[in-house]
Design a protein around this ligand. Structure first.
Ligand code: DX5
Ligand code: ZN
Length: 222
């Protein structure tokens, strides 16, 4: 199984994004948290900033949209040419239509669930998805602790994906660290977002390598 580590730039220095991007060149992608202050109680940045990020890095951008009115906005992010756009199930009125609109741009598409949303809610869409995102904290802020029951959600989702959509990546976001990444990989996740564990460390590149090694060893014992 392939393992991917995607640092979240929510914990990076927003005044120095070029330098921050070059400190994580060994990553498999950059996780970009777009927050609107409505869907989540925090505000980050919008289209013009993501557009500039896309222009200054060759790493794939994995855009995680925590905003309202996704039926209108998701496709605008996808049109920037980013690698992947992830929608929150809780913020879409027409989930299937918005997934299809994002895919039509050529971007990969993901669907995310908050901690209180059951895996069963997104089962009808699994075969349409390039990626499923299990939020293992309440979305909004970096540096929170991993919610332990997320492990069971990841196991359940992995077994559904094995049956229904084996090529869909299983991403986890929130509270991932060297202490828990192996267990999360054993449960079935293959794509790991890590904000504070990478950017709050003295050496982001080493932290990425360490997280990757631990995740690979965890996935091999699954
Ligand atoms: C939280 C964001 C995460 C956040 C993760 O809503 O979606 O991507 O940056 O940060 P850590 O890894 O510090 O929990
Ligand atoms: Zn995120």
């Amino acid at each position: 199984m392939s393992i991917r580590i995607q640092p979240s730039i929510l914990s990076a220095d927003f005044a120095n994004l070029e330098a921050e991007f070059s400190s994580i060149r060994s990553a498999d992608g950059i996780h970009v948290d777009v927050m609107d202050g409505h869907f989540v109680p925090n505000l980050t940045f919008g289209l013009p900033v993501v557009k500039r990020m896309q222009e200054i890095t060759s790493l794939p951008l994995d855009v995680h949209l925590m905003i309202e009115d996704l039926d209108r906005w998701a496709v605008e992010y996808a049109k920037l040419g980013v690698f992947s756009v992830t929608l929150h199930f809780e913020s879409c009125k027409d989930v299937a239509g918005t997934i299809a609109a994002v895919k039509a741009t050529g971007s990969r598409v993901g669907l995310a669930i908050k901690p209180a949303t059951p895996v069963s809610a997104i089962q009808p869409f699994l075969s349409m998805l390039d990626q499923v995102l299990v939020m293992s904290v309440e979305p909004g802020f970096g540096g929170q602790s991993f919610i332990p029951v997320s492990i069971q959600k990841i196991r359940d989702l992995k077994s559904l994906l094995n049956k229904e959509s084996p090529d869909t990546w299983l991403q986890v976001d929130g509270g991932i660290s060297a202490d828990n990444i192996a267990a999360v990989a054993t449960a079935g996740a293959d794509t790991f977002v890590a904000g504070s564990a990478v950017f709050n460390s003295a050496n982001p590149a080493e932290s990425i390598d360490r997280l990757r090694e631990l995740a690979i060893s965890g996935s091999q014992s699954s």
